[in-house]
Design a protein around this ligand. Structure first.
Ligand SMILES: Nc1ncnc2c1ncn2[C@@H]1O[C@H](COP(=O)(O)OP(=O)(O)OP(=O)(O)O)[C@@H](O)[C@H]1O
Length: 286
C-alpha cells in the first residue's frame, strides 16, 4: 500500500503554483458558440467543481482541458505548457466507468500501469502494484472480476484505481458518481477527498448536485446556461477541510450557503428565460 501512497501524506495544502490557466477561451461547434470568454486559474492541489445547468459547456471545457478539442480563441496552459504544443499528463474518470469490459479489474489496472511504466517492471511487480491500487479503493476482494460481474459502485472504484495508477497528479472527473446510489456515492466522495488530500492531486470534478459540490470543492465554478456558457461566478467554499458530513449538512451555515449556490445557478436560468421571454408565459413569471 505504501508504494501507491508515496506522495506526501501531510495535511492538504494548496500550493501557490498554477496547475491550469485558462485565458479567454471561446469555443464553437458548427458555428454555434458553446463557451464564451472563459477565464480560470486552478492551483496545484485544488479540488475544483464545475456546476451549471445541462448544456452550459462543462464537459466541453473538460474536453478542452484534456486536449481533445482545441479552442477557437484563447489559450490553455497545463503545468505552464501551452496545450496547443502538448497533451497534458492527466487521468480521466467518466460516469460510464472507463473500463475495458473484457478485462478483469486487475487487468484493467495492469494495462494502465504498462502504458505508464513501459517495460521497467516484471509481470509479477505489475500484478502486485495493481493489487495495491485496488486495495486502496477497497476492491481487494474483486480483483479478478470482470466489469460485468461488478456493481456500479465497484466498477467506479476500479475506474478510480485505474485513473490513480496512471500516476498523474491531475484528475478530471465528469459526473463520476451520477449513476450511483447515495451510500456508494458517499463512500466514493470520501475516497476521492482522501486522494486529493493525501496525494496532493489536483481534481476537476463536474456535478449537478449542490450538496456534492459543496462537500467536495475548495471552489465551485458556476456556469451560466448555454449556449454560450460563461462563468457566472467562482465561489469559495468557506468550510475548512476535512469536513464532517453530518455536522456540515446539519449546520445553518451550510443551508444558507447551499441556498446561495443554488441562487447563483437559478439566477442564470432566470436570466436565460428572461432573454427568451419565456418568463412571461401565463403572465405569472417564473
Ligand atoms: N459533438 C458536438 N457537436 C455539436 N454540439 C455539441 C457537441 N457536444 C456538445 N455539443 C453542444 O455543446 C453544448 C454544451 O454541451 P456540454 O456537454 O459541454 O454541456 P454540459 O454542461 O456538460 O451538459 P450536461 O450537464 O448535460 O452534461 C450543448 O448545447 C451541446 O448540445
Amino acid at each position: 500500500m505504501a508504494m501507491v501512497l508515496n506522495r506526501s501524506a501531510e495535511q492538504k495544502e494548496i500550493a501557490d503554483q498554477n496547475k491550469i490557466e485558462v485565458k479567454s477561451i471561446y469555443f464553437e461547434y458548427d458555428g454555434l458558440e458553446i463557451l464564451q470568454d472563459i477565464n480560470l486559474t486552478i492551483k496545484e492541489g485544488e479540488f475544483i467543481v464545475f456546476m451549471g445547468p445541462s448544456g452550459s459547456g462543462k464537459s466541453t471545457l473538460l474536453r478542452l482541458l484534456i486536449g481533445l478539442s482545441r479552442p477557437n480563441k484563447g489559450e490553455i496552459f497545463v503545468n505552464n505548457q501551452l496545450l496547443t504544443d502538448s497533451i497534458p499528463d492527466c487521468s480521466v474518470v467518466f460516469q460510464d466507468y472507463s473500463l475495458f469490459p473484457w478485462l478483469t479489474a486487475k487487468e484493467n489496472v495492469i494495462l494502465a500501469l504498462r502504458q505508464k511504466l513501459k517495460k521497467s517492471k516484471t509481470k509479477k511487480e505489475l500484478e502486485h502494484l495493481a493489487q495495491s491500487y485496488l486495495e486502496l479503493v477497497q476492491l481487494s476482494h474483486a480483483v479478478d472480476k470482470y466489469p460485468g460481474e461488478m456493481s456500479g459502485g465497484m466498477r467506479q472504484r476500479a475506474a478510480i484505481a485505474r485513473a490513480l495508477s496512471i500516476g498523474s497528479d491531475l484528475m478530471f472527473m465528469d459526473e463520476p458518481f451520477g449513476a450511483l446510489d447515495p451510500l456508494t456515492r458517499i463512500h466514493l466522495q470520501n475516497l476521492i477527498l482522501q486522494v486529493n488530500r493525501e496525494q496532493q492531486r489536483t481534481i476537476v470534478f463536474v456535478t449537478h448536485d449542490a450538496e456534492e459540490a459543496i462537500f467536495l470543492a475548495d471552489r465551485i465554478v458556476m456556469f451560466t446556461p448555454g449556449p454560450p456558457g460563461r462563468i457566472a461566478e467562482v465561489i469559495d467554499v468557506p468550510f475548512p477541510k476535512p469536513r464532517n458530513r453530518k455536522q456540515l449538512y446539519q449546520s445553518l451555515e451550510f443551508v444558507k450557503f447551499r441556498d446561495y449556490v443554488l441562487g447563483v445557478m437559478n439566477q442564470g436560468i432566470f436570466d436565460k428565460l428572461e432573454e427568451s421571454k419565456e418568463a412571461l408565459v401565463d403572465g405569472s413569471g417564473i
